[in-house]
Design a protein around this ligand. Structure first.
Ligand code: CU
Length: 118
C-alpha cells in the first residue's frame, strides 16, 4: 500500500466502495476540459476477480459547487470492461466521479476525486 501511494500519488486508479463490496480500477487517467470523454474501468470483487453487477451507474459532480455534468452518461460493459460515454467536465476544478453498483437490491458506491484538468 505504501508503495502504491508513492508510485501513483498523482493519479490513483483504484477506489474501494463505501461498504467495501467492490473495487473499481479505472483506465482513464486524463480528462479534457469541456469536451466529451469516455470513462473506462473494471469492477472487481475483493478477491480481485472482475464482476458484472446487475446495475452500474456513473455520474460526476463538483462537490464544492453543488452541480453535476449537466448530462447523464451511458455505461456499457464489454468483456468485463465498463465504458461510460458522454462524460463532460465543463469547468476546471475538483470533480467527484461516482460509480453506483446495485447487487441484490442494494446499492454501494465508489468515488474518485479528480482534478480537471491538469
Ligand atoms: Cu463548478
Amino acid at each position: 500500500m505504501i508503495f502504491f501511494i508513492l508510485a501513483c500519488s498523482e493519479s490513483i486508479t483504484e477506489a474501494v466502495s463505501q461498504k467495501e463490496t467492490f473495487i473499481v480500477v479505472r483506465e482513464t487517467v486524463d480528462f479534457p476540459l469541456n469536451e466529451e470523454f469516455n470513462f473506462v474501468f473494471t469492477i472487481m470483487n475483493l478477491e480481485r476477480s472482475p464482476i458484472t453487477p446487475e446495475e452500474v451507474f456513473v455520474d460526476a459532480e463538483m462537490p464544492e459547487h453543488g452541480h453535476g455534468m449537466g448530462q447523464t452518461p451511458t455505461t456499457s460493459n464489454t468483456n468485463d470492461l465498463y465504458t461510460s460515454t458522454g462524460m463532460i467536465f465543463a469547468m476546471e476544478g475538483d470533480w467527484d466521479i461516482n460509480i453506483y453498483v446495485t447487487e441484490e437490491g442494494s446499492v454501494d458506491q465508489a468515488t474518485y476525486s479528480v482534478v480537471c484538468c491538469e
